[in-house]
Design a protein around this ligand. Sequence first.
Ligand code: CAO
Length: 418
Amino acid sequence: MKQEIKLPEIADNVVSGFLARILVKVGDVIAKDQSLIEIETDKAATDIPSPIGGKITDIKVHAGDEVRVGQTILVVETDDTTPDAPLSSPKSVVIPAKAGTAPLTETASIPAKAGTAPLTATSLVPASPSVRRFARELGLDISRVKGTGKGGRISDDDVKAHAKEVIQSPKVAEFAVYAEVPDFSKWGPVEPQPMSRIRVITAESTVNSWQTIPQVVQFEKADITELEKFRLESKAAVEKAGGKLTMTAILLKLSAMALKQFPKFNASVDMKNKQIIYKNYINIGIAVDTEQGLLVPVVQDVDKKSLTQLSIELNGIAERARNRKLTSEEMQGGNFTISNLGGIGGTSFTPIVYPNQVAILGVSKSAIEPVYQDGVFVPRNMLPLSLSYDHRLIDGADGARFLGWMCKVLEQPFLTWL
Ligand code: CAO
């Protein structure tokens, strides 16, 4: 029979908590008392054990959620015919006072994440909540700590050893130190809320990029008057095939062509080994605005797909991103990113290069503008583009040539046939 497992009482006067980690997944066969989730409150990090054994058929919560006492966490299929198995009491660990701590954040060593996933590999790391909490307090990524216990279990001493390694590493300068914020309630009412997992990953990823990549932004405007006519004329045919022919789909196709033409932009910088890693495949990330925050799914092998195929695929991944249905594979392995804010508005912006990539294309809203041609002003549809790039690999002239080439092809797509 199926049984719902609900969040038990965590402590006196505590009605809800922040879901820090989900420690199991659908399909797992769990034992009674096995830890299911890790809940954090102001006072404690609490491991919620399962009151029964069985197979998990559904998980009703997400990491980063605020979960209330009595709320269903997950559903378990069990042989036990006794209805409503009693809830086991949670195991709590008191969170140490934070006064004066300025944790190191392991931003420099965050692996390339072409997108942000609500769940990470840290859920699978064998460590108790108190050890996880300790690592988090120090700003360390627990999945990078080597466990010396049975089955690789991580202890406090392992975390300390890892912290020592990190501090002694020459890369320490790349690590972010977060200062305590002032007590804003001195000036008026405040409402602190925990960051969602997506927010934390976006914050860490952008800090990593900002601190490790010297970025330059190149601006251009492309005349898309003719291209827009083509787009509107071809829209119905693509729609019939199940896609939506938007500017983003066209830029996806065009970016793949540009990356082939300028291989430096399809590479990664490996400073540790003083090498440039050129890639012989073209995977492009697309920034998608969702209710949960920014997600960046990746379209694979863009150069091998037709514009119609790309339109269909783009539609699909944007939809899955908005419905939180993306798989972790769909968010990895991007070489370059497109961030199109044109559907929302704005004349220009400076996007941030993704860690382990070297460039990102920012797209703003196209508009009809007067352009001086052959002695007269003519109305033309102009698309503002901004290219942020990593100056460790790409020089200003490279950036100008790349964006200039893109504008030329947007103006006269047939040029690529020559
Ligand atoms: N200029 C003018 N109009 C534009 C445009 C542009 N640059 N880009 C899109 N539009 C129009 C589209 O043509 C469409 O109009 P119609 O409905 O009349 O056809 C409308 O805006 C909405 O487009 P869309 O969003 O449905 O489709 P898209 O393929 O162009 O964009 C996606 C897909 C996923 C890029 C977009 O939905 C999105 O999430 N954008 C936000 C990205 C973001 O948050 N970036 C910031 C990240 S931090 O750097």
